[in-house]
Design a protein around this ligand. Structure first.
Ligand code: ZN
Length: 422
């Protein structure tokens, strides 16, 4: 049966390519969340024609949701021939903006050199296409699978997932008894199983000063200079401490196995109007800090460390005043390497690719956090055909062979989880 299934997926190569192209051609750019409904309905129509029950769930009231840009998710469900576990494939349908540097039309779905090019080809419409073809192949083979198969196309992963998997998870779509195992076909490479991710804490720090004429800065107090002192402390005091903290989790790339901090942005002083700056001493300066922390660190310590630096400056630097506010935070999530979904996908990779899967963890978060937090479901991983480094890049692509191979892995893993594989 396994050989027949693999052969069928091989025969569906052209169909898989065409599906990936069609998905890339729907420009689901987020923000603001373009064409979500069109993309969700495209997936829904296709699966409805294959006997799936299809539901559209709009993330009403979630950030960015409006009649102009509705947060439309699609969830497709197909019952098996007898009771058993439900295996759910979840892909986000949103893509990030194109940016500069493309040599092909990012929304044309160009096929070249055995690859499908386009924004989202790698992250993660190639993975969505592979999961759809994987379940279609199971159905076409007439395999009497137990339990149920589900496929969802969800929105807003690139902006936190609150209108997508977060919204659905809070409404039971990612909890037992409805769902037992979740595979998220994010681009982590075709032979890697991603068990989770580091924690994240975004905060906004504001330093304050006193406005004065720019020609007489000694009469004011520059918030930008105060921010510079804080940034100096981050670089020379905090960064060396973070660098030596290492996690035992298999985070890739290796640089992300340490604790990290990025200053995502700094905005200080008055904005220029039509290119004309204002000659004033800055009375406010804001920075967004992006702190990624390890499962070995406690979130309260992570915060206290930054606040401690700021309080130290207030105690020692004349005029220094600050405020700090949380912007977003998620703790680290890791699935047990012995969990059924890890074992099933690892085994399928061995069968299809003839090599051992590498267990990895992601430096940044993805929708697994909502499955853990709101869905209370621990049996969840990311596995998909895209190459991690290509995500969000110009000339993003997915390798067609990798899509085909990952579809085989997904199909075999699903059957194994349902106890159908033999
Ligand atoms: Zn993604």
């Amino acid at each position: 049966m396994r050989e027949r299934l693999a052969k069928r997926i091989e025969d569906k190569r052209e169909e898989l390519v065409a599906l990936a192209q069609a998905l890339v051609r729907i420009p689901t750019v987020n923000p603001p969340g373009e064409a979500y409904t069109e993309c969700a309905q495209f997936v829904g129509r296709r699966l409805a024609a294959r006997g799936f029950g299809v539901e559209y769930v709009r993330g009403v009231g979630s950030r960015g949701d409006s009649d102009r840009h509705p947060r439309t998710n699609v969830v497709a469900h197909r019952e098996g021939s007898r009771p058993g576990p439900c295996v759910h494939f979840n892909s986000h349908i949103d893509v990030v903006e194109t940016g500069y540097g493309w040599t092909v039309d990012p929304f044309a779905g160009v096929v070249k050199d055995g690859r499908v090019y386009g924004r989202g080809a790698c992250d993660m419409k190639g993975g969505l296409a592979a999961s759809i073809v994987a379940v279609e192949a199971i159905l076409e083979e007439g395999i009497a699978f137990a339990g149920a198969l589900e496929i969802s196309g969800t929105v807003d992963e690139e902006s936190g997932g609150f209108g997508g998997v977060g919204y659905l998870a809070e409404r039971g779509y990612f909890s037992r008894p409805r769902v037992d195992h979740v595979i998220i076909p994010e681009p982590l490479d075709v032979d890697r199983v991603c068990v989770g991710h580091r924690g994240v804490w975004w905060s906004q720090v504001e330093t304050r000063g006193r406005i004065a004429h720019g020609s007489m800065p000694f009469l004011g107090d520059s918030a930008i200079q105060h921010m510079a002192a804080f940034l100096h402390a981050l670089e020379h005091d905090l960064a060396p401490r973070l660098r030596v903290r290492r996690t035992a989790q298999p985070v890739v790339p290796a640089g992300a196995r340490a604790s990290t901090l990025n200053v995502n942005s700094v905005h200080g002083g008055e904005p220029e109007h039509d290119g004309l700056p204002t000659p004033v001493v800055a009375h406010s300066c804001r920075a967004i800090l992006d702190r990624r922390y390890l499962v070995e660190e406690r979130p309260e310590d992570v915060k206290a460390e930054i606040v401690g630096l700021l309080e130290g400056l207030r105690a020692t630097r004349p005029g220094f005043d600050f405020s700090i506010a949380d912007v977003m935070e998620f703790p680290p999530v890791f699935t047990d390497p012995d969990a059924p979904v890890v074992q099933a996908v690892t085994q399928a990779i061995r069968e299809v690719l003839g090599r051992e899967a590498e267990l990895v963890a992601s430096p940044g978060t993805y929708d697994q956090k909502h499955v853990f937090r709101a869905g209370k479901l621990r049996d969840c991983i990311a596995y998909g055909p895209g190459i991690l480094d290509l995500a969000h890049q110009p000339d993003e692509y997915v390798v067609i062979d990798d899509m085909v191979q990952s579809a085989k892995v997904m199909a075999l893993a699903a059957l194994r989880l349902q106890g159908t594989a033999s």
